[in-house]
Design a protein around this ligand. Sequence first.
Ligand code: ADP
Length: 260
Amino acid sequence: GAYEKMTGNVNGKDELAQMERMFNEMMEQLEQNFRKQEQFVSNASHELKTPLTVIESYTRLLARRGFDNREVVDEALTAVISETGRMKDMIEQMLDLAKSGEAQTVEFTEVNLNQLLEGVVKPLRQAYGREIIIEADRKLIVETDGKFVKQLLFILLDNARKYSEQEIIASIYERENDVEVSIKDYGKGIPHVDLPHIFDRFYRVDSDRSRKTGGTGLGLSIAKEIADGLGATLTIDSVVDKGTVARFFIPKKGKTLRDF
Ligand code: ADP
């Protein structure tokens, strides 16, 4: 049009339009991040207030009726200790989340997955007092970041422990384009309606159940973030009263090595 003729610059308008698009996208991203941050702060305050309220009311009960009542003392102290522990876990996990937001460096190296899994599982068998079976048909070495894979395994194994009572099965399978790592339990399972929300921060299927098991609703949202950082896909399949399988798929990048 007239503008191109005047400036003699045929691309000027296109460039301007492209810059405007980029600017708008950037602003949208910033706004989105800001809203997420706001939501997080508001959720976090709410979640931290709950145990604090319990602690406050039990402390008041102690002050009122604790002096000559052993039962009240026991009940109040048990609640205070357990709620304090939950708050501590929550704060620790929030700090982990904040760290993971800060572009923590992902360093890809060749990782022997079988060795890594064995190293994670061995001490947990002891700690959980439960069988954790490892299934793997061959040794697989992939390019990934071992420290993040470990964190991911800890979160998924801990959920399997919290929401089931029988043995846990950890397996590694080679697929066409990726290596599948899965953690399977025969526990309570997750209702179908809850499945779309379980990666949301602070989401718990049943806060009462979760409270008893010391859950915070942050574990899977952290796991999702870690998986994203590794370029891995994280999925959860579950059937109520049958059990749950959490899987993550580590891309092969054409460099997977096998060792029979
Ligand atoms: P939490 O700290 O409460 O375990 P997560 O983010 O790790 O939080 O998990 C979210 C919710 O998903 C849990 O509260 C629990 O209800 C459900 N969940 C996660 N893993 C399992 C599992 N293996 N079996 C049954 N329910 C699970």
